[in-house]
Design a protein around this ligand. Structure first.
Ligand code: SF4
Ligand code: SF4
Length: 434
């Protein structure tokens, strides 16, 4: 084997493809195979394409681009695979290999560099973005843009997404997440809270409620200033080297303080954080720190349950359904805690939807860049949602939250169905406000 092929194999994580025995057990679990019905859009087909590239049978990696771009990265295939194929690692390395060889136009390059290097990793830039959204909303420009029909003419369906973005918080509220929030009553744990980039800019109230809920159940909550984006968006876009840099920055930032847990409230971020040890596996000098970081990482529902759950107040009777985040189910393996928390609330009836583990089609920015494929998956999901006759859909990830809101809009159900994050719902049922 020549050196180039050897190097390509390492770059593609080729060795991991050999674990696939082509049995096809993963096919019914794959949303893109189920909706598109093509072998190249199934886990088995995608693994085979990467394998063929690693064997020199495919020399032009752009052949892999469309099948891999259409993958949601939901990793449902990993959960059902009997031989333990690490599909996520294969997907990420193949996407990074394609990105390294791709020639982007100058504006594309500039935009990618701006977003991935300057915006997502910078809390200051995300804060500015959040403030700009607030200005857009409060200045009347939003109303004008909607009234004039301008939003309907925006590219990549931006108008549809703009309509479901939650109300922005004011710059005053934005600066109020305290560095230390003491536990209410006897302290059970000291936790560091991971604020995220999108969560911090667009879902600030959910972050504020998360801190309140954690304090309510007995956690002292610390918010470290120099934390950064988890790197998930970068990894999904093939910018693996930048993901690694962000992982190192977070590991360093959180190692400054001694805490029991590092807590996040976004399924996608949490999945990235719990895999920092895998991400940095080829850098032995980071191994111990990365392992220590991942061992402490928890979804908020896990910590709330460890503290004995939340005490909901007697509220109106309500039927709800829970849309599982793929990354929480298939990567973090957190499945029972959100359900236990909801079942513990008085007067709340939780109805599970059919195919609850199937992705909603959000998958980072998949719904923006693969709009048609995403909507086909969402429409299928909404059939099951409607069958539950729930009035509230509960999610644990910002992407799922927006996607389900879009589903509700598409089905004209907004007058009788709402979508909320688990933390918002628990906060409401416990009488917390922000
Ligand atoms: S990924 Fe796993 S389940 Fe799918 S074909 Fe390969 S071995 Fe079978
Ligand atoms: S990650 Fe999801 S969409 Fe991609 S191959 Fe696996 S099951 Fe299919």
């Amino acid at each position: 084997m020549n050196n180039n092929l050897e190097a390509l194999r390492a770059e593609l994580n080729y060795d991991k493809t050999n674990k696939c025995v082509q049995c096809g057990y993963c096919l019914p679990a794959c949303p893109t195979y189920m909706t598109m019905g093509k072998e190249t859009h199934s886990p088995r087909g995608r693994i085979n394409l990467v394998k063929m590239a690693g064997e020199g049978k495919i020399t032009d990696l752009s052949v892999l681009e469309e099948p891999l771009d259409l993958c949601l990265g939901c990793r449902a295939c990993e959960t059902v695979c009997p031989t333990g194929v690490e599909y996520g690692a294969i997907l990420e390395s193949a996407r990074a290999a394609i990105t390294r060889r791709k020639s982007y136009s100058i504006p594309q390059k500039a935009m990618r560099s701006f977003l991935f290097k300057k915006v997502f990793p910078s809390r200051k830039a995300m804060k500015l973005l959040g403030n700009a959204m607030w200005m857009y909303e409060k200045s009347g420009v939003q109303k004008l843009a909607r009234k004039s029909g301008l939003m309907k003419k925006m590219p990549v369906h931006m108008g549809e997404f703009e309509a479901i973005v939650p109300p922005a918080v004011s710059p005053g509220e934005r600066s109020s997440l305290p560095r230390v929030t003491p536990a209410k009553g006897e302290k059970k744990y000291t936790v560091a809270f991971f604020v995220g980039c999108v969560m911090d800019a667009m879902f600030r109230r959910i972050n504020q409620l998360s801190v309140q809920l954690l304090a309510e159940v007995g956690c002292e909550v610390i918010v470290i200033e120099n934390q950064t984006c988890c790197g998930a968006l970068h990894a999904h876009a093939g910018e693996l080297d930048q993901s690694k840099e962000l992982a190192k920055r977070n590991i360093q930032a959180f190692s400054q303080i001694e805490v029991d847990f590092i807590v996040n409230n976004a399924g996608g971020c949490g999945a990235m954080l719990v895999e920092y040890d895998h991400l940095l596996a080829d850098e032995p000098q980071w191994a111990d720190q990365a392992r220590a970081f991942t061992e402490k990482t928890r979804d908020i529902s896990q910590v709330l349950m460890l503290c004995g759950g939340v005490t909901g107040k007697e509220g109106p009777a309500e039927r709800v359904t829970y849309q599982r985040s793929c990354h929480m189910t298939n990567v973090q393996k957190v499945t029972t805690e959100p359900v236990q928390l909801l079942k513990g609330l008085p007067n709340v009836e939780l109805v599970e939807m059919a195919e609850a583990d199937m992705c909603c089609g959000s998958a980072g920015i998949y719904n923006l860049v693969q709009y048609d494929a995403s909507m086909e998956i969402l429409d299928h999901k909404m059939k099951h949602v409607k069958d539950t006759e729930a009035v509230t859909i509960i999610t644990t990830n910002p992407g799922c939250l927006l996607q389900m809101k879009l589903g509700v809009e598409r089905e004209n159900l907004a007058d009788r169905m709402r979508v909320v994050h688990l933390v918002e719902y628990l906060g409401q049922r416990c009488g917390l406000t922000v």
